[in-house]
Design a protein around this ligand. Structure first.
Ligand code: CTP
Ligand code: MG
Length: 231
């Protein structure tokens, strides 16, 4: 049983702001990307054969050198990402070896602190036969649908809603088919592309620690989480 990991890390981090692309922003002296790679290795090292990272064009070589010490015996490939997240995933997926891999994980560099247990739940569900798996957490805000002018249309029952994290896990042929079918601007994750093919997407328990560093205050949370883990 062998897995491959695809890490989209090519975003600019416009909501976070700052001079550096988000994946290269540091917390506790290491980039978010290094934290993410270390977390994945800790959970899956035993059967991880290939790491593909999509980075901002031009930074492939630097990132390759930076990550090499962290990937153990796994093969590391660094590719230039695309304009949208799904373009970056697609470009990375194109270089994942086809033979001998039974699980592909797609993980946002920005979810740098996902605990090993959450990753293991995703992998276990794929190994148990699920074609697509997402880690989820309950929604804590009340969510409303709004119309074009911002007026409330309705309030979905919160008990049926979840927030979706990464890594998302896939049977390789399913993920390849989903990306081959293409994506439009409204696509925000890989599971959604599978849903459009009629694939059943399973959920497993995610973790509050797998939050996505998106806005400046998320960096403060990341610093605090890391300090707590190092105590
Ligand atoms: N990503 C990517 N290629 C893109 C856009 C996003 O690889 N063209 C990656 C990001 O690097 C991140 C993940 O997808 O690890 C989730 O995206 P998001 O949190 O939206 O990151 P950014 O797009 O960088 O941030 P923003 O939307 O605020 O600009
Ligand atoms: Mg984005």
């Amino acid at each position: 049983m062998s897995s491959a990991v695809v890490i989209p890390a090519a975003g600019l981090g416009l909501r976070l702001g700052g001079e550096t692309p988000k994946a290269f922003r540091e917390v506790g002296g290491d980039s978010l990307l290094v934290h993410a790679v270390r977390g994945l290795m800790a959970a899956t090292a035993a059967d991880l054969v290939c790491f593909v990272v999509a980075v901002p064009p031009g930074s492939e070589e630097t990132v390759g050198k930076e990550l090499e010490p962290y990937v153990g015996d796994a093969r590391l490939l660094v590719v230039a990402g695309g304009a949208e997240r799904h373009d970056s995933v697609r470009t990375a997926l194109d270089v994942v070896p086809v033979d001998g891999i039974d699980c592909i994980l797609v993980h946002d560099a920005a979810r740098a602190f996902v605990p090993a247990a959450a990753i293991e739940r995703v992998v276990a569900a794929v190994r148990a036969g699920a074609e697509a798996v997402v880690p989820v957490v309950p929604v804590t805000d009340t969510i409303k649908r709004v119309g074009p002018d911002g007026e409330v249309v309705d309030t979905p029952d919160r008990s049926t809603l979840v927030a979706v994290q990464t890594p998302q896990g896939f049977a390789p042929d399913v993920l390849r088919r989903a990306h081959a079918a293409g994506a439009d601007a409204g696509v925000t994750d890989d599971a959604m592309m599978c849903e459009r093919l009629g694939v059943t997407v399973r959920t497993v328990e995610g973790s509050p620690d797998a939050f996505k560093v998106t806005r400046p205050q998320d960096l403060l949370l990341a610093e605090a989480l890391l300090a707590e883990r190092q105590r």
